[in-house]
Design a protein around this ligand. Sequence first.
Ligand SMILES: Cc1ncc(COP(=O)(O)O)c(C=O)c1O
Length: 447
Amino acid sequence: MSGVSDLRADGLAALEFVAQYLERVGELPVLAQVAPGAIRAQLPASAPEHPEPFSAVLEDLDRILLPGVTHWQHPRYFAYFATSASEPGILAELLAASLNSIAILWRTAPAATELEELVLDWTAELLGLPSGWHGHIEDSASTSTLAAIIVARQATGRELVVCSEQAHSSIEKAVRMLGMRLRRVPCDDAFRLDAAALGDLRDAAAVVATVGTTATTSVDPVGAIADACAGAGAWLHVDAAYAGAAMVCPEHRWAFAGVDRADSLVVNAHKWMLTPFDCSLLWTRRPHDFRAAFSMVPEYLRTPDAEDALSLSEYGPALGRRFRALKLWAVLRCFGRSGLQAHIRNGIELAARFERWVADEPGWELCAPRPFSVVCFRLEGGDEQNQSLLERVNASGEIFISHAKLNGRYVLRMAVGNLRTTHDDVHRAWDVLLAEASKLAEASKLD
Ligand SMILES: Cc1ncc(COP(=O)(O)O)c(C=O)c1O
C-alpha cells in the first residue's frame, strides 16, 4: 500500500485529474467509442502480487479506462435523463468516503443519521411538500419504489399494483421480485394515466402515479388518482424520480397537485438535483408503516439508546447505509434555492428552444407535449430511418441521445439537464442531427 504518507501528494494529483477532467470533458466523445471487451483486454487478468503506487492507478484510469467512459458529465450528454455531479457533491463524496460512517444504527453514525433527516426536511420544504413527512435516502428510485410497494403490501394485505402503461420498468420489476400482480392502466393522448380507466381498486395494494414519465415526462393526474386510492384503501406511491427536482421552482408546482395526499414519494437527487449518483430521496407520511415493514433488530444491534435515537436502517431494506446526506447537504448549501432554480430553468429554456427548432423545420415532427426538459421528436419517415439517425449521431461522438417507443413508433429523445450545457451545445446537437439526417437522405437516394 502506498500508505498514508502519500495521501497529500496522491490526493493533489487526483484532484488535479478531476479538475482537468471537468475542464476538458466537453472535448471528449460523449458516448464511449470502444468495442465490447476492449477495455478488459488491456488490463491484467489477476490482481498485482505486490503493492503499486496510487499514481499507477491514476495513469491507467487516464490511459486505459477513460476511453471506455461514456461521459455523463459531458455538456452534450442528452440521453435518458441528463444529470450532473456538481463540484460540491464530488468533494462531499470524497469526505464521506474518508469518514466511512456506516449508519447501521444511530450510535454508529449519529451525524449521518441526523443530517439525513435534516436534509430531507430541507428538500421537502424546497419542493413545497407538506411539513411533517418522514424522509430517508435510498440508493436508487428502483429501491425506493420497491420499498414503498413492500410497505403497501404489508399495510393493506393485498397483492395488486396498478400503474400506467408509461410507468417506469422498476415498478414491474418490483412487482415481479415480490411475486405480486401488476395491472397497467391506459394513457390519454398526452401519455398521462387515464384516471377514468383505473377500474376497481378494492384489490389494490398500491397505485403508482408518475410525475415525469421516463419516455415523455408526462404528468399523471395525481389528485384524481389520490381520490380513487382513498375510496379503495389503496396506498398511493408517486414516482417523481426525474421531475420532482423541478418543484423547487414554484411555476412547476402544478405538476405536484395532489402529491400532498400520497403515502410515499420518490425524487432522485442524482437526476436533476446536481448530486452525484447515488442519492434517491424517499418520503412518506406513514413512517410507522415503513418501520413496521422494515424494522429488524437482532440482539447484537440492541442498544439502550433512547427511542428518538432513530436508526434509519429500520425504514428500508439495507442495514449498512452510506453517508449520502453529506453530498446533498453540500449541494443544497453551495447552490442554495436560487442556484437550483436557475439550473432547472436553464434546462427547461434550452429544451424549449430545441423544441422550436424542430417544430419549424420541415420534415421533422414533435411527438409529445414537453412539460419539462425532454423533447420527443422524429424525422418524418419510418422507424428504421430514425433508428439509423440515432446510431449515426451517437457514433459521431458529438452528442448522445436516446429513444423511446410512443404509440408503436420509434421516437428520438433529447434530454437537457447537465449543469454545463449551454445554448451552443444544444445548437450543436441540432446541427449534428440536421447534418446526419441529410447524409442519411443522400445515402438512401444512392441505394
Ligand atoms: C420515472 C422513473 N422512475 C424510476 C427510474 C429508475 O431510477 P433509478 O435508476 O434511480 O433506479 C427512472 C430512471 O430513469 C425513471 O425515469
